[in-house]
Design a protein around this ligand. Structure first.
Ligand SMILES: [Zn+2]
Length: 236
């Protein structure tokens, strides 16, 4: 399994999956542990501050019994296919829409199931895409938002909400690994203030570029961040 991002989503997801018995995990991240993120990045503690997340996260997951490859890097148009190759499942917890769309396009092309989530403040979503198995993330969110959206840094993020969505990612991943095809194409929505958690099935959307294969080329311009920072909505 490949876990993209060892942040607020990737931390609880990877930890839960390692403890659930997922034996082999590749952890991909290019960042260092930051003290201000420790409340939600539960793979790390104070002693890890300033050190590479992949190395400290891998050490923590190995202590849970998993065989872990620590891969320092990011999912980029030129590297995404190499990173997802040879994995049976990808769990993505990046902090921006560009990486989320790149991940789904790469996994659709490679034919690899993908679990994703995003959080802002108290609300979030989780969704699993199985190539050829129904709706994809582009059926739900057509493309990277080009209008200004709230940023994690600007809007803030509640550690407990991130924990819920990271655990939901782990739950979806386990269901897929157990062969439960109904886990794909369900949009999970969580609102920590309203006290709601629900899942609704998503139908494949007519004209979806992802389902049509039109995004399989992973053209770099498709994932270029907007100059004004719009599209950086989802937390880590
Ligand atoms: Zn689609």
């Amino acid at each position: 399994m490949l876990v993209v991002g060892a942040g607020g989503l990737g931390s609880p997801a990877a930890l839960t999956l390692a403890r659930s018995g997922v034996g082999r995990i590749t952890l991909l991240d290019d960042d260092a542990v930051d003290e201000t993120n420790l409340h939600r990045q539960i793979l790390f503690d104070d002693d890890d501050v300033g050190l590479p997340k992949v190395e400290r996260g891998a050490a923590r997951l190995r202590a849970e019994g998993a065989e872990v490859e620590a891969r320092s890097g990011r999912l980029l148009p030129g590297t995404a296919l190499d990173h997802v190759a040879d994995h049976d499942l990808v769990v993505e917890g990046a902090d921006n829409f560009a990486t989320k769309f790149l991940a789904v396009d790469a996994c659709l092309r490679a034919g690899i199931p993908l679990v994703q989530a995003g959080v802002v403040r108290w609300t979030g979503w989780a969704f699993a895409t199985v190539p050829g198995g129904g709706a994809c993330l582009r059926c739900v969110f057509e493309d990277i938002p080009r209008d200004r959206v709230e940023t994690c840094a600007g809007a803030g993020v509640i550690g407990a909400a991130v924990g819920v969505l990271g655990a939901l990612e782990a739950a979806l991943a386990i269901r897929l690994l157990l062969g439960d095809a109904t886990a794909a194409g369900e949009l999970w929505s969580f609102d920590g203030l309203a006290g709601s958690l629900r899942a609704r099935p998503v139908r494949p959307r007519a004209g979806c570029l992802g389902c049509a294969g039109a995004t399989h080329d992973l053209a770099p311009e498709r994932y270029a961040p907007p100059a004004d920072g719009a599209g950086r909505a989802e937390l880590e």
